[in-house]
Design a protein around this ligand. Structure first.
Ligand SMILES: [Zn+2]
Length: 127
């Protein structure tokens, strides 16, 4: 199988999801597009795409690493405390500038909000 097709499928999956996905989520959504998509193939594609900065790895406390497409601007993430999914919040944020303590070089930061996502809120109302 051609690797460009698998990479394109991964980009499609991430574009359609509009939120950072775990490797397992990428694999299962990718199989909707390419039924024979193998897990080793996805792992290799993820590794290569990360090295090329085509996708970015993001980590959240207590969760498997997730991947997202490079964003045009900084945006906060939102972790649903009910379903554990992570969402991009389409709002502009700016990290507060801090003075690095001696010995630290700060190269990035992350704003994470948490709460209940629209799907889980809807389910709660119906229950
Ligand atoms: Zn949820």
């Amino acid at each position: 199988m051609q690797s460009t097709r698998q990479r394109a499928a991964i980009v499609d999956v991430l574009t359609e999801a509009e939120r950072p996905l775990t490797r397992d989520e990428i694999l299962s959504l990718g199989r909707v597009k390419i039924p024979k998509l193998g897990s080793a193939t996805v792992d290799r594609a993820i590794r290569e795409m990360r090295a090329n900065f085509e996708i970015i790895g993001v980590e959240f406390p207590g969760q498997a690493r997730r991947y997202e497409l490079p964003a045009a601007h900084e945006h906060p993430h939102f972790v649903c405390r009910v379903c554990d999914r992570v969402f991009d919040l389409p709002v502009k944020t700016q990290l507060p500038e801090i003075k690095a303590p001696r010995g630290f070089l700060i190269t990035g930061g992350e704003v994470i909000y948490s709460g209940t996502c629209p799907d889980c809120l809807k389910k709660r109302k119906q229950a």
